[in-house]
Design a protein around this ligand. Structure first.
Ligand code: CAO
Length: 562
């Protein structure tokens, strides 16, 4: 068995970063299998194996900066490959990446230096002109997939704005607008295949006057055959997008960032895989450098989808007919704004809980007349301590005691619903309404803390939440959640369980109600509570016991001492 060192091929930049290692020592790879993904500030590219063989050693690490001819992989050849590889290690990779390099730099890098220099030196006279924008040389004669169309008819685009994203099996590339102007019609759609010379779109462009543009434009599109020549002699002109005559080679390359659409950051192989599984990459969290989505992220995403399937095989959302999109502007003026990341995350969590958890909600009023008298008596002491004693610390304390007394509520389902995990700690989340959306910081060891400590900690967590200063660990590990809308209003609501917890307490606005004491109606301070729980793990009788305990503890807080 002979070993070959595979080297980093020419990637068009001095130094690039290794952002993904696609193989492990011992892996058997076929020719063209991806070894690593490299990334410059202009593009991400996969380096294919020049030969079949077994990975003997990986000579780079993720995050490392590498350059041409640096050692990449030690490959152990199978016997038939030994004779074939000769001295040409890295040759195939060089070729493949040369393709990518060509994709990245575009025609502008290879040809029209003179043209671009010429135009940039003398300020062009711009005029409005119909332009047909065509697919430039993308480094392969084969058709490549249109994976994204970034503009719509009628859009005003600036020079360099992305028009479409193309993807070969080696790289994805954005095709920038050669001119600023208005998109008049689009000829390609997602899923189409396109190759050099195909029409992408027609635009009314701010283009240089014909006589100024001609030299570089013609030069750049001279390989495009008769059709483009015929078009250029007509009123409108054709130009290959990446051959924008006003663009220097460097600009053309910069117009190919590694983030097609600006929203999803993933390499071609990951995108391909996502398409095969119909996964919307926008829903996948990237764990790679700069949030890049790597194959493991897709695997974890799919694994989560599979594992979160409801235990009894009930519908998990798939197969549920989607709500049709409505054009609200047909009925009057509208304003549309994108949801914040937090809003989207909350929406996804709520949806998942709603679909997975069979919810039951029970209601009760806790008589907190005495609690309120006591709480109000603490007012001046609280002021001295610089804290506000709201009903929340009492609720936390009472819930902690109820959770200790009813361990089924201080638990989570595990092993796809085959087991239940009882927690020996009592950490309680509090829903906090912030301008950016809903967050749930967690108060740890509630059962071990005093009311003053809880008042201080909840105020601190709430203000951190509102200032978006919470760390991920501040929001993890909760056993149960309290959602208090008491300071805002409402008589009752049905909170959604914050999975994987099993129950949540909704607190509404305290009101003075007439309560029959056996002889007469007396005014009492009644706190409306709603308890939602996962009916797979908790039944109505359990909930009744929990609720009775809680209401009694709040009615007579001396009980918390028992
Ligand atoms: N009934 C009547 N008044 C109440 C009350 C209740 N149940 N709970 C609190 N209050 C009073 C407080 O005593 C305080 O009064 P003062 O200003 O006179 O002292 C006032 O309402 C405001 O309280 P607060 O909201 O500042 O403090 P809190 O400890 O009650 O709650 C927090 C803190 C972070 C939970 C709250 O600010 C919050 O964000 N609530 C919204 C939670 C939410 O959005 N839940 C829905 C989730 S699902 O969509």
């Amino acid at each position: 068995m002979r070993k070959e060192i595979i080297k980093i091929p020419d990637v068009g930049s001095d130094q690039v970063e290794v952002i993904e290692i696609c193989v492990a020592v011992g892996d058997v790879v076929a020719e063209e299998d991806s070894l690593v993904v490299l990334e410059s500030d202009k593009a991400s590219m996969e380096v294919p194996s020049p030969k079949a063989g077994k990975i003997a050693a990986i000579l780079v690490s993720s995050g490392q900066q590498v350059g041409k001819d640096d050692d990449l992989i030690e490959l152990e050849m199978t016997s038939e490959d030994e004779s074939a590889i000769g001295g040409a290690a890295g040759g195939a990779a060089d070729e493949a990446v040369a393709d990518v390099h060509a994709d990245v730099e575009g025609e502008g890098a290879r040809e029209p230096q003179a043209g671009s220099a010429e135009v940039t030196q003398s300020a062009p006279v711009l005029e409005q002109r119909a332009q047909t924008v065509e697919v430039p040389d993308v480094g392969t004669e084969d058709a490549v997939d249109v994976i994204e169309v970034c503009v719509s008819e009628g859009d005003e685009v600036a020079e360099g704005d992305s028009l479409i994203v193309l993807e070969s099996d080696k790289a994805s590339m954005e095709i920038p607008a050669p001119y600023a102007g208005k998109v008049e019609s689009i000829s390609l759609k997602v899923g189409d295949s396109a190759k050099r010379g195909d029409v992408i779109l027609k635009m009314l462009a701010q283009a240089p006057a014909a006589e100024e543009k001609a030299p570089s434009g013609h030069q750049a599109s001279s390989n495009q055959g008769d059709s483009s020549q015929a078009k250029s002699s007509s009123q409108s002109q054709s130009v290959a997008a990446a051959n924008a005559p006003l663009k220097s080679a460097e600009n053309a390359a910069q117009a190919v960032p590694p983030t097609p659409g600006g929203e999803v950051y993933a390499g071609p192989a990951v995108r391909k895989l996502a398409r095969e599984f119909s996964i919307d990459l926008k829903a996948v969290e990237g764990s790679g450098p700069k949030g890049r989505i790597v194959k493991e992220d897709l695997q974890n995403y799919v694994k989560n989808l599979v594992e979160n399937k409801p235990v009894a095989g009930a519908a998990s959302g798939s197969g549920i007919p989607a709500v049709p999109e409505v054009d609200f502007s047909a009925f009057g003026d509208i304003e549309k704004e994108p949801l914040s990341k937090l809003n989207k995350l909350t929406a996804a969590n709520m949806h998942r809980s709603w679909l997975n958890v069979p919810h039951v909600t029970q209601f009760d009023d806790a008589d907190i007349t005495e609690l309120e008298t006591f709480r109000k008596s603490l007012k001046s002491e609280a002021e001295k301590k610089g804290v506000k004693m709201t009903p929340l610390p009492f609720l936390l304390k009472a819930c902690a005691a109820a959770l200790r007394a009813n361990p089924k509520f201080n638990a989570s389902l595990a092993d796809s619903g085959e087991s239940i995990v009882y927690k020996r700690y009592v950490h309680i989340g509090i829903a906090v309404d912030t301008p950016a959306g809903l967050v749930v910081p967690v108060v740890r060891d509630v059962d071990k803390k005093s009311l003053w400590e809880l008042a201080e900690e909840t105020a601190e967590l709430a203000s951190k939440a509102k200032e978006r200063k919470l760390k991920p660990q501040d929001m993890q590990g909760g056993c149960f959640t309290i959602s208090s809308l008491g300071g805002i209003g409402g008589q009752g609501f049905t909170p959604i369980v914050n999975t994987p917890e099993l129950a949540i307490l909704g607190v509404s606005k305290l009101t003075t109600k007439p309560v029959w004491d056996g002889n007469a109606f007396v005014p009492r301070e009644m706190l409306p509570l709603s308890l939602s729980y996962d009916h797979r793990a908790i039944n109505g009788a359990d909930a009744g016991r929990f609720f009775t305990f809680l209401a009694e503890a709040l009615s007579d807080i001396r009980r918390l001492l028992l």
